[in-house]
Design a protein around this ligand. Sequence first.
Ligand code: NDP
Length: 265
Amino acid sequence: MSTTRAHLPAGLAAFDLTGRVALVTGSTRGLGRTIAEGLAAAGATVVVHGRSAEEGGIVAGEITDATGSAAHHAAFDVTDAAEVEAGIDRIERELGGIDVLVNNAGIQRRARIDEFRDEDWDALVQINLGAVFALSRRVSRGMIARGSGKLIQIGSVQSQFARPSIAAYAATKGAIVMFTRGLCADLGPHGVQANVIAPGYFETALTRALVDDEAFSAWVRGRTPAGRWGDPRDLVGAAVFLASAASDFVNGQTLYVDGGMTAVV
Ligand code: NDP
């Protein structure tokens, strides 16, 4: 008996995202913006997202110009339940369903634990974890109904390793690894895959203070076998893989894209 599954596209065609609708939260800048452009370059119709409709519109236009794929935009605060509901409703109505959700929107707050403020803890938990839960729950309903879908969470090397002043951030990024395994258990039987991309240190607005700190920047380069900070384009291959049919038997996993940082001491 042949082990070939005739209905699966062969070779590079398995990575083709033509006809898929992908929502990337927090894609007006930083890692999300590059991931959205990468998915569009692979053929997806992407929805650029952030809190500013104006910025979203500009970025969607740039992505269409760069890739030739249709790009739309949606503006809502991921921590506001009513806005999330209305935002996802509109995308589903106008584009006919969300095939790929990348839960990328996230924040960082730094302080030693004895000085860590309640409001910073609350914001981290709401955005980095609560919104991932709410969006995964909402979007998975359509995926279950269609019998297919891809949920991609953006973790971090802090899903596994801590550093001074970021205990709360590390707690949220660690939690989404277990949350994603739970999604795999619930959704795998319905043809839906949920996985985590865990980036190392990348230059974005979120890490500006670290990039500008020469001692820290040198530590990152020294601690990373690749000897450099990540370029957001380093994430595109992992994102296209986990968004496409090429990863249909990959579920509940965490893929570190970190230049080797978590592989070595
Ligand atoms: P940026 O600060 O550059 O971008 C964050 C994005 O999230 C923006 O588009 C922002 O839009 C959006 N966002 C933030 N809060 C909300 C909200 N409440 N509602 C809707 N959108 C929101 O971050 P990065 O690109 O650096 O980080 C992206 C993800 O990658 C995060 O989850 C982060 O934890 C993770 N990560 C980053 C690493 C790095 O080295 N940079 C390393 C490992 C993980 P706006 O504020 O305009 O609404």
